[in-house]
Design a protein around this ligand. Structure first.
Ligand SMILES: Cc1cc2nc3c(=O)[nH]c(=O)nc-3n(C[C@H](O)[C@H](O)[C@H](O)COP(=O)(O)OP(=O)(O)OC[C@H]3O[C@@H](n4cnc5c(N)ncnc54)[C@H](O)[C@@H]3O)c2cc1C
Length: 450
């Protein structure tokens, strides 16, 4: 088949290369020109590109199965696969320490190496139609005919927005973050960790997270309510540094004796959870002959590092369905839509519920026991009832759907009903952090707006 793909991010590259390896002729249209000759890659239009990413083991598995060359390139660029020790003494692969830029460079280079893939630098303006079906894409005024059009334009893609006007689930989640990359000094030991790829502290009114990357590089994230005008000032270096030094655990990581910052503080855009399936408002395929994949289908807040995993899982499934259904693009769209509803939407719904509860908790509300418990509250309850922990592994590794936590939800609920609540991690609460921010800005030359 001739396949036209809108976007050459992780979804477009993975699917494009996979299709080319199967003998299809692929053109992927991407408005970003790719890395510059000096190696820099501003990647405007993909706001998260320079922000923290954690990579789960599913990403390695997907590359091993579909694009081993990309995996080789990723590892050669420094990506560090890590394993987790189990209580019984065994070990399992856990994920990969890497920056997003390192991952995407490797994937892009491997995809460009496939002879059946052409990545064309341009702006996809529209999906062209014939007899009510997708017939190709219009790129900077020129029509490219295709047997199948794939929209891999990410969470911010606009070309096909009118076909699926509103997300079937989710929307802005009221949570935002800032982050900054640091690098350990040569030979320096890492700070505290909760897993081989991350450390996290749930403080009173906000969160602090560390994601580890390659070569001792790590990202520090401070996660807060979007509507908090004082904590939004954490984007200023003085406020960010003062906050990091005040939070136990984080302070160990950013100790100048251990590490140094290697980027400015990077303010993130508004976070959202959104699921947009394959169908339009009437419940039928949004446009026969057009399939959506990656963040164009599902986007989740990054606190659990799930987006690239849901992207590669979708990409693998789509490739399998194209193998199965050949040129029957309606069957491909319908089967893929059903699979996404079953396997991907639950992750978005999980975040919608969890993030809404987090936002309310940060605003001072108690847990709402008239609703199912959000997943993170079930996980937190393992602190008081360790028998809960055994049932959480599949959810945490994304090998079981969020509904798997239903088995232990009643046990967690019993704890909350009897008044137990998780203690916030040690460190300043939201109001104390706001004072730290104000004082830091007052002492610095940054504009004081709080
Ligand atoms: C703040 C943040 C942090 C994240 N952290 C993590 C994490 O820790 N772990 C994790 O697994 N996931 C994370 N994610 C999710 C991950 O970044 C996404 O899942 C991933 O980028 C999805 O890939 P994609 O190819 O679908 O979309 P994108 O990466 O958005 O790529 C879409 C591409 O389409 C191109 N494009 C769009 N429209 C057009 C057009 N009209 N013409 C031409 N080109 C077009 C864009 O330029 C872009 O290159 C995070 C996301 C955010 C927002």
């Amino acid at each position: 088949m001739r396949v036209a793909i809108i976007g050459a991010g992780p979804a477009g590259l993975f699917v494009g290369a996979g299709l080319a390896r199967r003998g299809h002729k692929v053109i992927s249209v991407e408005r970003d020109p790719g890395p510059a000759a000096d190696g820099s890659w501003p990647r405007r239009g993909v706001m998260q590109f320079h922000h923290a990413h954690a990579f789960r083991h599913q990403v390695v598995q997907a590359l091993e199965q579909e694009l081993p060359e990309a995996l080789q390139r990723w590892l050669a660029a420094g990506a560090e696969p890590v394993r987790m020790r189990l209580p019984d003494g065994g070990e399992i692969p856990m994920g990969v320490r890497s920056r997003r830029m390192t991952f995407e460079r490797a994937l892009r280079a491997a995809a460009l190496h496939e002879s059946g893939v052409q990545v064309h630098c341009g702006h996809a303006e529209d999906v062209t139609r014939r007899h009510g079906r997708a017939h190709g894409i219009r790129v900077d005024g020129t029509d490219l005919a295709a047997d199948l059009v794939i929209d891999a334009s990410g969470r911010a893609g606009r070309v096909t927005r009118s076909l699926r006007p509103a997300p079937a689930s989710g929307g802005p989640c009221g949570i935002a973050y800032v982050d900054r990359q640091y690098q350990l000094h040569p030979g320096a030991e890492p700070g505290p960790l909760m897993s081989p790829i991350a450390w996290q502290a749930d403080l009173d009114g906000y969160q602090a997270i560390i994601f580890l990357h390659e070569y001792g590089i790590f990202s520090v994230l401070l996660v807060r309510p979007t509507a908090d005008p004082v904590l939004s000032q954490l984007r200023h270096e003085a406020a960010f540094s003062a906050a990091c030094q005040a939070i136990p655990g984080l302070a160990d990581w950013v100790d100048p004796a251990r590490s140094r910052p290697i980027t400015p503080v990077l303010p993130g855009g508004p976070l959202l959870n959104a699921y947009r399936g394959q169908t339009g408002p009437d419940g039928h395929l949004a446009l026969p002959g057009l399939v959506f994949v990656g963040d164009a289908v599902a986007t989740t807040t990054p606190t659990f590092g799930r987006g690239i995993t849901t992207t590669v899982l979708q990409a693998q499934q789509l490739l399998q369905l194209i193998d199965e259904h050949g040129t029957d693009t309606d069957a491909i769209g319908e089967s893929f839509g059903a699979w996404c509803t079953e396997q991907i939407k639950p992750w978005v719904d999980d975040h919608v519920h969890m993030d809404e509860a987090t936002r309310r908790r940060w605003a001072g509300e108690d847990i709402n026991l008239s609703q199912p418990l959000p997943s993170d509250r079930i996980l937190a309850a393992a602190e008081a009832d360790p028998s809960i922990r055994a049932a959480t592994a599949g959810y945490l590794r994304m090998t079981s759907l969020p509904s798997s936590l239903g088995a232990v939800e009643p046990r967690a609920r019993a704890l909350y009903t009897h008044g137990w609540r998780p203690s916030p991690a040690p460190g300043p609460n939201r109001n104390e952090l706001a004072d730290i921010v104000r004082m830091a800005l007052h002492r610095s030359t940054a504009p004081v707006t709080v």
